[in-house]
Design a protein around this ligand. Structure first.
Ligand SMILES: [Zn+2]
Length: 75
């Protein structure tokens, strides 16, 4: 038998959470905001760092029209 207590730790600072579980999985509203801000920042960066589709660039350079959905997903 294992006597393992599920230790809840803050997902932001890694500190064990107190009795207050209002901000789970974070220990406080501050950690919640910090993590959310970091998460949003990372996702934004990933989107902007994504290289443009070379084929789309080619079409733009050639002055052609760029289809909004290159991969036709049925009509
Ligand atoms: Zn925390």
């Amino acid at each position: 038998m294992t006597k393992k207590k599920s230790k809840a730790i803050c997902a932001q600072c890694g500190k064990p959470m107190g009795a207050d579980k209002t901000h789970r999985p974070f220990c406080s509203a501050r950690c919640k905001q910090l993590d959310l801000g970091r998460w949003l920042g990372e996702s934004y960066r990933i989107e902007t760092e994504e290289p443009a589709d070379p084929e789309t660039l080619d079409q733009l350079m050639a002055g052609g029209t760029v289809a909004p959905f290159p991969g036709r997903r049925g009509e």
